[in-house]
Design a protein. Structure first.
Length: 258
């Protein structure tokens, strides 16, 4: 199936690993040019793999919480590639900033998980309006279920869904589409690192997957990436303001099923 992505330029924040890296891989496999914005320096094996399929792809190492870094990186992309067709706001971390952490830590977490979504949209929208482009925001099932002990992350991810609807409304008349994907328990390097913090990671993982109705297993990164790529594609040309949940039924099916 032709997704209509050939020759298009897509910025993916947090595109160096996990869900973001899977999005980058799928985009490059479908003829698009992914632009990776990541706090890490390029992973040579992964980046060389992407460059073979998409020679014009770019990796920008930057701090997304630094407005100037973001501004300069977007300018560089336009200087090198001339246009932007889509933005995937994906970078973030569940930093376990709970209600007792205090307002300083709360604000810092919002910077890491919400504010740069606004920053990147603000910088990219003028180009996306020209290209009739698309924004996909990555949220979290924490918004739908709660988790406990992660007030800031929950607030940020809820804000992302609110901004998705707000921007979809604001830009509907100029052909710019804005949607969100809500992953559930997704196996990524960051998730594996979180599991390793428990005394018995295997036991913790078994407990988690026992509560996921569909096949009692974790969602895989590519199973989140493909819906994101679909939302960027021409086949989602009349979808905007949508929240697409990818979680094996965790957040909306009766967990008594498990």
């Amino acid at each position: 199936m032709d997704l209509g992505l050939e020759g298009k330029i897509f910025i993916v924040t947090g595109g160096g690993s996990g869900i973001g890296a899977s999005v980058v891989e799928k985009l490059s496999s479908n003829g698009a040019t992914p632009v990776i914005f990541d706090k890490s320096k390029p992973d040579s094996i992964f980046y060389n793999h992407i460059k073979k399929k998409s020679p014009r792809s770019v990796w920008k190492t930057l701090d997304l919480c630094n407005d100037q870094d973001c501004n300069e990186a977007v300018k560089d992309v336009l200087a090198e590639l001339s246009k932007i067709d889509g933005l995937v706001n994906n970078a973030g971390i569940n930093d376990s900033v709970g209600l007792t952490a205090g307002t300083k830590e709360f604000r810092r977490s919002l910077e890491k998980n919400l504010v740069h979504y606004y920053t990147m949209a603000n910088l990219c929208v003028p180009e996306l309006k020209k290209s009739n482009g698309s924004i996909v925001n990555v949220s979290s099932k924490v918004v739908l279920t709660g988790q406990s002990g992660t007030s800031a992350y929950a607030a940020a991810k809820g804000g992302i869904l609110a901004l998705t609807r707000e921007w979809a409304t604001e830009f509907a008349n100029c052909g710019l589409r804005v949607n969100a994907v809500i992953p559930g328990e997704t196996m990524t390097p960051m998730y594996k690192k979180w599991l390793e913090g428990f005394e018995n990671p295997d036991k913790k993982l078994k407990r988690i997957i026992s509560r996921i109705p569909l096949e009692n297993r974790m969602t895989q990164a590519e199973e989140v990436a493909m819906p994101i790529v679909f939302l960027l594609s021409r086949w989602a040309g009349h979808m905007t303001g949508q929240w697409l949940v990818v979680d094996g039924g965790y957040s909306h099916l009766d967990r008594a099923l498990t």
